[in-house]
Ligand binder design. Structure first.
Ligand SMILES: Cc1cc2nc3c(=O)[nH]c(=O)nc-3n(C[C@H](O)[C@H](O)[C@H](O)COP(=O)(O)OP(=O)(O)OC[C@H]3O[C@@H](n4cnc5c(N)ncnc54)[C@H](O)[C@@H]3O)c2cc1C
Length: 474
């Protein structure tokens, strides 16, 4: 039995800790705050349950496989498939209901541009090829070298590998498939799942569109906090010692690591790698502002709605220059649409999120002012663009700002840390294997990137590499 310290109790840290403890190691998890889950979780306010960070669950098989690896299938919340994945709305009144069922979505696309349905089918075919060429090999194993990645990619056939190498930006791919601005914007939004810009992120991010369509958009019944609780219980049941309220660092003593004055044989850092190394002045992924509303009636809204800005290029240019854009795209999540346990009868909770830039130094003090402007913008926008909300009185019950994210170790409030822009952006992420033997990283800032299922993968990869280092089974 070897001693392992895990620094950080986000989803990646909880997963890594639980998996290593199940392999028989003695694991201590240090969490700086008084609660586990990091950016992911739910709050209950006035009978309403809100997810406070992630709301869209993809890759349900990865979530299931993670709970299975922890020996904790019994602790996994039920995942409900959301058939109408997202309703997209534009300021010009256009609407696109993106159903999981491609034929239904294609019918909707026909109304947006000439041959929209045919183009949508072709786009999803290419997104699947991209997933097989770049996605599967990237997600299958820890990324260590380009050679290893290429070898995994080649197994899917050389033609898919060639496809992967030819990729332009996500916006370039959208332009190749669609003639009009609406469906181009629909494609471009998938870059924001990684906190990136469609004008600078590789077209490989189209694989997210395939993942959503092929494996479904899901909701954790009862709220995403159930995933955090399940992981916590699994970790504790496997024997993980959890130390809350302890901001930890590690130093070396010979081959050992010292964390909180205790000796360990290996360390997994779930804190963002750039924050951990104090390297936060480089370009970072976007941050986010979330406001939670109570509606005094059960709203007739789908689970997810996107209210696009009129000029996406301008929005990203402003975000890229480090300022809160004038006109922002809004993500609305109305979980009671598919899960009645999220709100009492006759009421609804509504989560609204916009992307904002990572905070420049000294910006914390200005956030109360930014938050009031953003809340007012969101209120005005939902009234103007969503007919179902026009006459509904929305009461603000809570909000989360980049300052809250920074308190959870997010560098300058950036949700995913390292910015994967450029053709080889995703390959330049800080690696899972740290700079000295026995040090590893897990979480959204390392491979394979952010998002609940990906950080679970990251935690499992980090646990595997750690076990290998310690001489046990990986
Ligand atoms: C507003 C918002 C919306 C999102 N939407 C989605 C979505 O729809 N779908 C999706 O899949 N994902 C979404 N995400 C992303 C997802 O939440 C994250 O990628 C994921 O939860 C990150 O997990 P992590 O393992 O990297 O840990 P984190 O959540 O980053 O947690 C790290 C933990 O480490 C702790 N820590 C840091 N430093 C130390 C230290 N020195 N000592 C001890 N503890 C430390 C922190 O306090 C924190 O608890 C969203 C995130 C946000 C904020």
């Amino acid at each position: 039995m070897k001693r392992v310290a895990v620094i950080g109790g986000g989803i990646g840290g909880l997963t890594a800790a639980g998996v290593l403890a199940r392999k028989g190691h003695q694991v201590t998890l240090f969490e700086a705050t008084e609660a586990l889950g990091g950016k992911a979780g739910s709050v209950s306010l006035d009978g309403l349950t809100f997810d406070t960070g992630p709301t869209v669950m993809t890759m349900p098989d990865t979530v299931r496989a993670t709970f299975a690896e922890l020996g904790a299938e019994d602790l996994m919340p039920r995942l409900e498939r959301v058939a109408l994945q997202t309703r997209y709305r534009w300021p010009d009144g256009r609407v696109f209901d993106c159903w999981e069922d491609l034929e239904r979505a294609a019918e909707q696309a026909d109304a947006l541009e000439r041959e929209g349905g045919r183009s949508l089918r072709a786009f999803f075919r290419e997104a699947e090829t991209i997933y097989r060429a770049a996605g599967q090999p990237y997600l299958e194993a820890p990324y260590e070298t380009m050679m290893g990645f290429m070898a995994r990619a080649a197994r899917n056939g050389l033609s898919t590998l060639v496809t992967g190498l030819k990729l332009s930006t996500l916006d370039g791919l959208a332009r190749a498939h669609f003639s009009g601005p609406h469906l181009r914007q629909f494609v471009g939004r998938f870059a924001t799942y990684a906190g990136a810009s469609p004008y600078e992120a590789n077209a490989a991010f189209a694989m997210i569109a395939h993942i959503e369509r092929a494996f479904g958009v899901h909701h954790a019944v009862g709220g995403l906090g159930g995933i955090v609780r399940g992981l916590e219980q699994a970790a504790r049941r496997n024997g993980v010692e959890v130390v809350l309220g302890r901001k930890a660092t590690h130093t070396s003593r010979g081959a050992e690591f010292i964390v909180d004055e205790r000796a360990f044989d290996a360390v997994i850092v779930n804190a963002d790698p750039l924050q951990h190394r104090g390297d936060v002045d480089q370009p970072l992924t976007m941050s986010g502002y979330v406001v939670m509303f109570e509606a005094p009636t059960r709203l007739a809204l789908p689970h997810h709605t996107i209210l696009f800005s009129a000029d996406y290029a301008k929005e990203f240019a402003e975000l890229g220059s480090g300022r809160v854009a004038d006109e922002l795209t809004i993500h609305l999540c109305h979980p009671a649409a598919t899960d009645p346990t999220m709100a009492p009868a006759g009421k609804s909770g509504l989560y609204a999120m916009v992307n904002v830039p990572p905070m420049p130094a000294g910006e914390e003090a200005r956030w109360p002012e930014h938050a009031r402007r953003l809340e007012a913008f969101i209120r005005a926008r939902v009234k103007a663009l969503v007919p179902e909300l026009k006459d509904v009185e929305l009461t603000t019950v809570a909000e989360r700002t980049p300052v809250d994210l920074a308190k959870k170790g997010a560098p300058r409030g950036s949700i995913y840390g390292f910015l994967p822009h450029g053709r080889f952006g995703p390959f330049k992420r800080p690696a899972i294997r740290g700079e000295r033997p026995g040090l590893f990283f897990a979480g959204g800032g390392t491979h394979p990137g952010g998002g609940v299922p990906l950080v679970m993968l990251s935690g499992r990869f980090a646990a595997g590499l750690t076990a290998e280092h310690l001489g046990g089974a990986s």
